[in-house]
Write a new protein. Structure first.
Length: 595
């Protein structure tokens, strides 16, 4: 029986995978501007010419021409086969590769569930699970769980608002209660609710735990966090694994609930865990959220900035807390906007938001939040610790430490503020002096000379190749084309591929360059698309849409000319119909005006 991996699964897997993490775990990368750079692992070089684009999720070496997306890199670097590479990436995401029978007579509907239906059905199943856990919290066997919540001071209103529940202390009770059909059992497994041991035996992932449903911004339950109430359990908290509907780097616990209280919160407080969120909510602070067992990501920042202009990060006051704050700062810098304010709050030793608010109450706790350290102050506090400002060498070191951080910032006013602060420390009276240092830093860190580059585009540029190249690098351009009827009847080289790409970009709203490459990985056009994905067109970002539209207009003009020529050729052989004569006259008039 032949087995293969569904293409939709591969595309989704590529979407979940951050190529910077994949390559950064294998070679040293350094961020310069919007991309990452390092020494190419596929040929010997002393000067970095290997680039990784986080936006496009692709890599390219200007020295040897190696390029592609995450799957290409692992296959070449780790010397793995395609299936082995998929297994490797899937294991990193904590998901199982869904091999299906590819024999001609196979009824696919029996072996796999379509992507869109799967998501809808998973949402329904997860909602049923949340309701089941809520009812279980009221059974006699859950008394210990109720006692724990009562000890933490949670009332029924907060418990209901966050849909907190209880997973029974049984190996199979949840599965047999909620997933009674074969289809539901399959969905239950896809939702990450089953664990399979080495002997192939399956059992419920969550048992004898207080359950915290994790909801997306639309209110769909997409995962769970479980807090043990057993003193013998080695893991205090466990979370759902990554699934088709849950990517922990893209979600914040409590954000949906916070926005239900206030659609436009004045501020959001980022804390560490589930109990911190619900405990401060019990005291009237309904604007706390938490990352889901992972460090702060750029996607987390985007979620926060979409919801509010003011974000407060809460950390332990010890050295580990300050290291966590520094990691968050490095993620924040490239994402900062001048309209947003970031503060860091460091708690007293051996305190967390839950314990501290119980001791000092809401007013004192919010006063502490208001007195948080602005991000810029924290940045220089940490840097100054590493240098001796009394010496020239110390001030020079401060400059070398600060400039790479400032270079990442796109927010102009915030960048100016940091330059002024750095100037104060260095004794410079004029920000322009800092700008000169910054320019020198960027020049030193820049790419090798252009003459050493291998030209990316090894093909003649045509109207169609320009359109395809711009589209594959900027899939959102597909939104500029709503009517493709005029293109479907045209006979131009590359038009079929262009139409396929448009359909693909319209189907997947947020598709990336890497996902497009994944779709065409085993096709004859992959090499051409891979080259176009790394094409250095030199167009300014702000002009891409206009250039794409202008080039598209040229294509439509070519279509009109082609149609005119066809009608003229037909007229020479046989008479045109009246309708065709009118069409030809119109085309000649339109094209003559363009000429």
């Amino acid at each position: 029986m032949m087995k293969h991996i569904p293409q939709d699964f591969i595309v989704d897997l590529v979407a979940r995978t951050n190529i910077v993490d994949v390559i950064g775990n294998r070679i040293k990368l350094k961020k310069r501007g919007k991309d990452y750079w390092g020494n190419c692992p596929f040929h010997n070089e002393k000067t970095p010419s290997f680039s990784v684009s986080e936006k496009k999720q692709i890599y390219y070496c200007f020295g040897c021409g190696a390029g592609g997306y995450a799957i290409d890199f692992i296959m070449q670097y780790d010397r793995l086969s395609f299936p082995e590479t998929i297994e490797e990436l899937a294991s990193l995401q904590g998901i199982t590769v869904p091999y299906i029978d590819s024999s001609p007579n196979q009824n696919k509907s029996k072996t796999q569930i379509s992507g869109q239906n799967t998501r809808r059905d998973l949402y329904q199943l997860m909602d049923q699970l949340a309701n089941f856990y809520q009812t279980q919290l009221n059974i006699p066997a859950a008394q210990k769980a109720r006692d724990y919540l009562m000890q933490r001071g949670l009332d029924s209103q907060v418990i209901e608002h966050y849909k907190i529940g209880y997973a029974p202390d049984e190996w199979h009770q949840t599965a047999t209660s909620v997933a009674q059909t074969a289809r539901d059992r399959k969905l239950y497994d896809q939702a990450g609710m089953l664990v399979t041991n080495d002997n192939g035996k399956q059992y419920d992932r969550f048992r004898n735990r207080i359950m915290f449903p994790i909801r997306d911004r639309q209110g769909n339950v997409i995962a769970f966090g479980g807090r043990t109430i057993s003193s013998t359990d080695s893991a205090k908290y466990i979370n759902s694994p990554e699934t088709n509907i849950f990517h922990k780097g893209y979600q914040l616990y409590g954000l949906y609930e916070a926005l239900q209280i206030n659609r436009n919160p004045e501020q959001l407080l980022v804390v560490e865990g589930y109990m911190d969120v619900v405990s401060v909510a019990q005291f009237g602070i309904h604007y706390a959220v938490a990352a889901l067992g992972t460090a702060t990501t750029e996607e987390h920042i985007k979620l926060l900035f979409r919801a509010t202009d003011n974000v407060i990060f809460c950390f332990d006051g010890d050295e580990a807390g300050r290291r966590a704050a520094w990691r968050a700062l490095n993620v924040l810098l490239p994402t900062l906007l001048d309209s947003k304010q970031i503060k860091f709050v460091f708690l007293p030793e051996n305190e967390d938001p839950d314990t501290l608010i119980r001791k000092e109450g809401k007013i004192a706790f919010e006063t502490r939040l208001a007195q948080g350290v602005p991000l810029s102050n924290f940045l220089f506090e940490e840097l100054v610790k590493q240098v001796d400002l009394k010496t020239s060498e110390g001030r020079a070191k401060l400059s070398s430490l600060a400039l790479p951080l400032i270079a990442q910032i796109k927010a102009q006013s915030f960048s100016l503020n940091l330059k002024q602060q750095l100037g104060d420390y260095l004794g410079y009276l004029d920000v322009s002096q800092i700008d000169k240092l910054l320019q020198q830093h960027e020049v030193t860190d820049s790419l090798p000379a252009t003459k050493n580059k291998v030209p990316v585009l090894q093909m003649k540029l045509t109207t169609m190749r320009i359109l395809i190249g711009l589209l594959i690098q900027n899939p959102e351009l597909a939104n500029l084309i709503t009517d493709v009827k005029a293109l479907r009847s045209v006979k131009l080289a590359g038009i079929d591929l262009f139409l396929e790409l448009l359909d693909l970009c319209h189907h997947y709203a947020h598709i990336t360059t890497a996902q497009i490459l994944a779709k065409y990985a085993d096709t004859p056009v992959y090499k051409q698309l891979n080259i176009l994905s790394s094409w250095e067109h030199k167009y300014p970002d702000e002009e891409i849409s206009e250039i794409f539209s202008h080039t598209l207009k040229e294509l439509y003009d070519n279509i009109l000319s082609q149609k005119r020529d066809e009608l003229i050729a037909k007229d020479r052989i046989s008479k045109l119909t009246e309708a065709e004569k009118k069409e030809l006259a119109t085309l000649i008039l339109v094209l003559s005006k363009k000429d």
